[in-house]
Design a protein around this ligand. Sequence first.
Ligand SMILES: [Mg+2]
Length: 148
Amino acid sequence: MALRTLAVDFNSYFASCEMQERPELRGRPVGIVPVMAETTCCIAASREAKARGVKVGTGVAEARALCPDIVMVEQRPALYIGYHHRLLAEIEACIHVTNIKSIDEVECDLTATFAPREKALAVARQIKERVARQVGACLTSSIGIAPI
Ligand SMILES: [Mg+2]
């Protein structure tokens, strides 16, 4: 079966950008909030926070109850946009990006490579390696390959 689409989705994107910028946050539960207030909710959560039940939309008070050591970080949209452009450039160096779905999600067209499975997997690995080396190891992603 021909593989036509490769989709990249960065994990816990805003939290991962903050962890890349601030090494002291790495390995810790982190919640990203729009403003520093107890009445708002998390707009992103690090993998460590997700493991403790904190999700996008979890209120700050509930997040602190679930995870007393959570670090709340106020969002920095300009930083996430800057990473978005750097990540796009690295992906584009591996395969043409055909569709930008959101700040942390893109689709690429595999048809130009006549993608057999091995070639598609090699491109996915190349993207992950390149991003880790050129942008930072905190920027992990999930990559899907599909015949549509
Ligand atoms: Mg994502």
